[in-house]
Design a protein. Structure first.
Length: 474
């Protein structure tokens, strides 16, 4: 099948980076009372109107360019996202100058400290500042003493039979797993977890005391094992591995981010992001030291766009420290539509469609039942909850493709040399005031089109007026 150009699709054009403009006054955006559909429709309309305005100067993006990596030695590292996220929350810090040293083993004191800070028990740390340690080998002047003590009081660590904690000892995978699950409050659940055979290929090497933790961690997704499926209970835990696991733990508790929603607009000049959250619109001012990621990669504010799913971590003053944005799309041809089941299939792959999903066909809002097999589609997926369900879908029934000959204003028709099996056929198509027109992926008018533009045409009814025109200028 011929590759589908991205600018063919109605929704995709709004996701196009070039379509972003300085935002409308949020007070002008319609308020949603009965679900998110009305709000999204208003936003799509607003973005289409804004497409006629001038693009913000390219130099404005430099004002909000993202900072360099939080540590000197994590650029390109597989765990940079989690390391920077935890650093923005004050959970991890440098180990060697300005380096994080991600691939050295973490010790017991450092992991205990990460867990206590991540669980927001700093008040308890201050309260125990004058108390001696429970453990014989943790001195009063040890900078991690109070964190270790709080971890002990919370039941995260137990120490050894000889009364020591061994703060500088490296942590095995078994010990790390136990500490993470205890921090989650799953101690009793781990102890009662049935020992199922075949969870790990090396399961026989896991100690009896740790087997429940290991199986529960795998079943809940906290630990996914090595690429070969093994658990490797005695392997050392690196600082980067610990950061990833602590991030997963906090995510499972709903403590990783403070704000989430869908991007309404990006203000490059003012350095701000307008987000539609479950409780209403929020304007987030992005600072020079705010970490920004899109689809798991370092980014700048200028890389974010309308309809991105966005999660924000805030400090105690409400200032954003970390922004994670996601936009996941599936493009192809509809092979099946089941409105009753709330699902579609794109190139044979089945996708659930959320009840509140925004559906467009041929440039206009439509019910799911109006989509037909053979429509070209862009489906936008829900990713932040891990469901992968469709949150918006844009379908186009391309009935003809060809080259524009003329726009007959008097008769309100487009004259097009249409591609046919035997060559070309000159045809005239009626147009409507509501016909959706796009040029090179941006909203346009019929008068913007020129002879020679390559067109894709769609109509809601066979032989009816055009409802959708997508043009590429070559």
């Amino acid at each position: 099948m011929k590759a589908i150009p991205s600018n063919v699709f109605f929704l995709k054009t709004r996701l196009n980076k070039g379509a972003r403009r300085r935002s409308l006054d949020p007070r002008c955006l319609s308020r949603m009372k009965n679900g998110r559909r009305a709000k999204l429709t208003a936003l799509v309309t607003a973005l289409a109107i804004l497409a006629t305005l001038a693009v913000a100067p390219a130099t404005a993006a430099a004002k909000v360019a993202g900072p360099p990596a939080a540590f000197s030695d994590i650029d390109g590292h597989w765990a940079r996202f989690e390391i920077e996220l935890l650093a923005s929350k004050g959970i991890v810090e440098a180990l060697d100058g300005d380096g994080f040293v991600p691939d050295v083993p973490i010790n017991r004191a450092d992991l205990a400290k990460m867990l206590v800070i991540g669980l927001d028990h700093q008040d308890e740390v201050s309260a125990l500042s004058q108390e001696p340690s429970t453990f014989s080998d943790v001195a009063m002047d040890d900078p991690d003493r109070t964190y270790i003590e709080v971890a002990y009081e919370l039941g995260i660590v137990n120490g050894y039979l000889d009364g020591t904690f061994r703060p500088d000892a490296e942590i095995s995978r078994s010990e790390m797993t136990a500490m993470i699950l205890r921090a989650l409050g799953w101690e009793k659940l781990a102890q009662s977890t049935p020992v199922t055979k075949g969870v790990y290929p090396d399961q026989s090497s896991i100690g009896d005391w740790a087997i429940g933790y290991a199986i529960l961690a795998q079943k809940t997704g906290i630990i996914k094992g090595y690429p070969d499926g093994t658990f490797q209970p005695l392997a050392q835990t690196t600082r980067s591995q610990a950061a990833v696991l602590v991030a997963r733990m906090l995510a499972s508790m709903g403590r990783l981010y403070d704000l989430s929603g869908v991007v309404q607009s990006v203000e490059l000049v003012d350095g701000a992001l307008n987000i539609d959250t479950p409780t209403g619109s929020r304007r987030v001012v992005v600072h020079g030291d705010t970490r920004v990621y899109r689809n798991g990669r370092p980014a700048t504010l200028g890389d974010l766009g309308f309809f991105d799913e966005t999660m924000v971590s805030l400090d105690s003053t409400g200032r954003p420290t970390f922004i994670a944005a996601y936009l996941t799309t599936v493009k192809g041809s509809l092979s099946d539509v089941s409105a009753s089941a709330g699902s579609v299939a794109v190139d044979g792959a089945s996708l659930a469609v959320r009840p509140d999903a925004s559906i467009y066909r041929n440039g206009h809002q439509a019910p799911l039942s109006s989509l037909k097999p053979g429509d070209r589609v862009v489906a936008v997926l829900r990713t932040i909850d891990g469901s992968g369900a469709v949150r918006a879908i844009d379908a186009v029934n391309v009935m003809a493709s060809g080259v524009l000959v003329a726009y007959d204003v008097a008769h309100k028709t487009l004259v097009v040399d249409v591609k046919t099996g035997g060559g070309t056929d000159r045809r005239s198509y009626d147009i409507l005031p509501t016909t959706a027109v796009f040029l090179d992926g941006k909203r346009a008018g019929l008068t913007d089109l020129k002879p020679g533009d390559v067109l894709d045409l769609a109509a809601d009814q066979p032989g009816g007026p055009l409802t959708y025109v997508s043009a590429e200028r070559r």
